[in-house]
Write a protein that binds this ligand. Structure first.
Ligand code: ADP
Ligand code: MG
Length: 239
């Protein structure tokens, strides 16, 4: 691991108007590392990702990316630095084809990391191969989720932020997404911060795990440590 992490979130507090959601959150992602953030509904996972992108909450504290303090830098400028968020609501272009959706990803991306072409993305996400000429709006919910992830990877971000990409997906698609995401991240040395409730998928995709509850980090370790602390799972992740 390098001395200072790629993403370094240091003691942030996040607010929506006067609701205080995140409390002293500390989290870091090393270059090329893949990190999961687990927690129940309402724990603050999406708020953390939005805080990193400056896309909603008001943030106090420090967020550094590649050594640079992000401060109040606008969302699109964070994208140009190599950060990319796939939000809960996906936002694929329904009136563009799958291939066009993927091509669009290059606009606004980090100019120093060349975008990944449609052919390569489709080779990496084989379920999209028969769908390239379909309109986004014609895809099933699961296909749209896969497209949203594939499109984000086409921008070749150095850090990809995924917000519960498996929510509502059939198990077969979850498995496929795990394989495709891990392979593509590894090939492009893309770091990942993955919010999930699906522990199986999170484990498949990442090296280390944070657990959050009521806006606070309750656990951080690798998956072996996670397994050695079953009370973490019972207390913060059980339904
Ligand atoms: N736009 C918003 N305005 C006010 N409160 C919000 C907003 N979005 C989320 N919250 C609240 O912030 C808390 C954390 O939500 P969220 O970050 O979405 O959790 P998670 O992604 O872990 O389910 C919840 O109590 C939620 O109701
Ligand atoms: Mg969420």
């Amino acid at each position: 691991m390098s001395e200072s992490p790629m993403l370094d979130i240091d003691q942030i507090d996040s607010y929506y108007v006067d609701s205080h959601i995140l409390h002293g959150v500390q989290l870091s992602v090393g270059a090329g590392r893949r990190v999961a953030l687990l927690g129940r509904n309402g724990a603050g996972k999406s708020t953390l990702l939005k805080s990193v992108m400056n896309a909603g909450p008001r943030v106090k504290g420090s967020i550094r990316f590649e050594g640079r303090e992000l401060g109040d830098l606008a969302t699109h400028k964070r994208t140009r630095l190599g950060l990319s968020l796939v939000p809960e609501d996906r936002r694929i272009f329904t009136h563009l084809t799958v291939a066009e959706n993927i091509t669009m990803a290059r606009y606004g991306a980090n100019p120093s990391r060349p975008p990944v072409g449609v052919d390569e993305i489709v080779a990496r996400f084989p379920m999209l191969a028969p769908l390239t000429a379909r309109y986004g709006g014609q895809l099933s919910g699961g296909q749209q989720q896969l497209l949203a992830v594939a499109r984000a990877m086409a921008a070749n971000p150095s850090l990809l932020l995924l917000d519960e990409p498996t929510e509502g997906l059939a198990p077969i698609i979850v498995e496929e997404m795990a394989r495709d995401v891990v392979r593509t991240c590894a090939e492009h040395n893309t770091a990942l911060l993955l919010c999930e409730q699906n522990i199986w998928f999170a484990r498949r995709c990442t090296h280390e795990v944070y657990v959050m509850d009521t806006g606070r980090v309750m656990f951080h370790g690798d998956w072996d440590e996670f397994d050695r602390n079953p009370h973490i799972q019972q207390r913060y992740l059980a339904l």
